[in-house]
Design a protein around this ligand. Structure first.
Ligand SMILES: Nc1nc2c(ncn2[C@@H]2O[C@@H]3COP(=O)(O)O[C@H]4[C@@H](O)[C@H](n5cnc6c(=O)[nH]c(N)nc65)O[C@@H]4COP(=O)(O)O[C@H]3[C@H]2O)c(=O)[nH]1
Length: 574
């Protein structure tokens, strides 16, 4: 080699050494035998935190604390047969912190001795990002399968668990019970006290239900106030009754939210695999049908599915489709129930109550078809028919010289919300010669509280016409007292559910007394409905509720009978 060639080579080696020394990547050289550090570049020293002098006193095991002799032996063996070997390990810095490196290891000759060179890449950040991504994926997966409010499995996960549950029950020849749980008064609470209160109630209900199930059961929130429980592994269907009772009992304790003490109940429908259905879809449908039966039975109870319930559903479908035709076919008639001044036993008014004579189903209760009419919006047309019919009957009785007093009409909120309702009311009164002071419109407390601000405006307009407004079913709907003060209402009607057990039930006595006192302080009149016994009547008189409606005096009767009663009263007074 010539001197010039030698100088060139020396210069390029020096340049290479300079690059290696100053590179930001970590490069270490270890003694082949002892694995002591014999070189580290600036990038390595910066990350590891030692000076070169300090590092040269250390061994690979001082930095790679997790490295074992066995692992080193295997790396040595790999290096002997491969050009380079890759390894992931943990480096401990001088300050005690650690980071993950991916090392590429090669055996080389360094300063004329055998050595290992390690090209290390700090992959801590990459690992952190990978971990975050994994966590994010887990969160997304959880969110997609769980309800955000209660943290319970949602409908997607429920469907999956139900299908799995059915398969397992089939394999082990066991019974699976599917519970459909609906909170009874939830909508009213949500509408009148707001969604925040509703949310607290839902969380508390889910906490209570969860505490009653076994670890292997699944409680899900299917949406709104609907929950479901999948309970597999049952030997007998009767085991489900025990659980259903537990769910009902756990709701008996009131839920306190801020200043409100809320009393909630739940209605439960149960279907069974294999006796009721083989598919997840059918089992859910049947549990839902059974839940509706529980609602029909007065809520706060459970019902198991039977094929009879499907007939009931069929009946509802028949009713829905024949409601419209019924008006044209004159299938509706009106009954009137007298309202009495209990001090004189005189008729002071009457409530018009609709009846439906269905050609196939016979006489259908309004409690059955009014909710269907409300659902479909047909209630608007139906109530207008009731108003026309009842107002013209009332006028005809006045014209005859009888004294029917006030006519109370039930009014659906959907009706009040119609923009032409006031016009309709004025026209109907005019056409039927009915005076506004003869008319009282009853709106249920729950309906008003659904949308109190909007209700107030329209009710004020109605009131301006000289029509009396009464709140029906009072006591059942969580009225806000501040709204009650603002409402242009003249009368409270105590719900019959409170009257039913007076004067024996202490709670009902207290509620009835409170409603009477409330009406008095708000300068409203008060009437009790559903009065059936003398004891109830006496209790009401004692507490100064003098207007009474109920079977004690008379059930709802047809127009002919009502007229007879009015004539009889007139003759008595003549
Ligand atoms: N156990 C018992 N019950 C008594 C007694 N006195 C009266 N009742 C019943 O209690 C219900 C009182 O009517 P409501 O609270 O307005 O409750 C009504 C009302 O909300 C609705 N409804 C009835 N007619 C109409 C109508 O023309 N339009 C609208 N929108 N709803 C109506 O259907 C509901 C049920 O009506 P009905 O079956 O006629 O049931 C009536 C009546 O027959 C009693 O002493 N004991």
């Amino acid at each position: 080699m010539s001197d010039i060639e030698f100088d060139k080579l020396k210069k390029s080696n020096e340049e290479l050494a300079y690059i290696v020394k100053h590179a930001v990547s970590e490069i270490y050289i270890l003694d082949f035998e002892t694995l002591d550090y014999v070189f580290a570049n600036d990038g390595a020293l910066q990350n590891i935190g030692y000076t070169l002098d300090e590092l040269l006193k250390l061994n690979v095991y001082d930095i790679n604390k997790t490295l074992t002799r066995k692992h080193v032996e295997s790396l040595r063996a790999s290096c002997a047969i491969n050009d380079s070997v890759s390894n992931i390990s943990e480096h401990t810095r001088k300050d005690g912190t650690s980071y993950t490196v991916q090392a590429s290891i090669q055996s080389i000759i360094y300063q004329e001795k055998k050595a290992y060179v390690l090209f290390d890449t700090d992959i801590s950040k990459l690992k952190k990002v990978q971990k975050e991504l994994r966590e994010q994926k887990d969160i997304l997966h959880h969110q997609a399968h769980h309800d955000a409010l209660t943290g319970l499995p949602n409908r997607i996960l429920f469907n999956d668990r139900l299908s799995q549950g059915i398969k397992k029950s089939k394999r082990h020849n066991e019974i699976l019970a599917l519970f459909f749980i609906d909170l009874d008064q939830f909508k009213q609470i949500n509408d009148s006290l707001g969604h925040d209160t509703g949310d607290v109630v839902l969380k508390e209900a889910s906490r209570r239900f969860s505490s009653k199930i076994r670890e292997e059961d699944t409680l899900s929130r299917l949406g709104g106030d609907e929950f479901s429980v999948i309970a597999g592994g049952l030997k007998e269907a009767s085991e489900a009754s025990v659980l259903a009772n537990k769910f009902i009992e756990c709701m008996a304790e009131p839920i306190v939210v801020g200043a409100h003490t809320l009393y909630l109940t739940c209605s439960i429908g149960i279907s069974f695999y294999p006796q009721d259905g083989q598919s997840a879809e059918n089992l859910l449908k049947y549990a839902d049908v059974a839940m509706y039966k529980a609602k029909d039975e007065g809520r706060n109870n459970y019902q198991t599915y039977s094929s009879k319930l499907t007939e009931l559903m069929h009946e509802q479908v028949t009713m829905r489709t024949s409601l419209h035709k019924a008006l044209k076919n004159d299938e509706f008639i009106l009954n009137y129930q007298p309202q009495i001044d209990s001090m004189t036993d005189r008729i002071i008014g009457m409530e018009a109550l609709i009846r439906w004579n269905h050609p196939e189903l016979g006489r259908v209760s309004p409690a059955k078809f009014i909710p269907l009419a409300e659902e479909t919006g047909f209630i608007v047309e139906l109530d207008r028919w009731v108003m026309q019919e009842a107002m013209s009957k009332l006028s005809s009785w006045y014209e005859e010289g009888l004294n029917p007093g006030m006519l109370a009409l039930n009014l659906a909120m959907k009706q009040i919300q119609k923009s032409d309702f006031l016009e309709f009311l004025k026209n109907t009164m005019k056409e039927t010669n009915c005076l506004s002071e003869w008319i009282e419109l009853e709106v249920t407390e729950g309906e008003i509280m659904k949308n109190p601000d909007e209700s107030i405006a329209t009710l004020k307009e109605i009131n301006k016409l000289g029509i009396t407004l009464a709140i029906d079913d009072f006591g059942t709907g969580y009225s806000s007292l501040s709204y009650l003060k603002k409402l242009p209402v003249n009368k409270l009607k105590i719900d019959q559910s409170f009257i039913k057990d007076t004067p024996d039930d202490e709670d009902d006595v207290a509620i009835t007394k409170a409603v009477i006192a409330l009406a008095k302080s708000l300068k409203m009149s008060v009437i009790a409905e559903g009065v059936e016994t003398k004891a109830q009547k006496d209790f009401l008189i004692l507490n100064e509720c003098l207007q009474i409606q109920g079977y004690y005096y008379s059930p709802p009767v047809d127009a002919q009978k009502m007229r007879d009663m009015l004539i009889e009263q007139k003759e008595k007074e003549a």
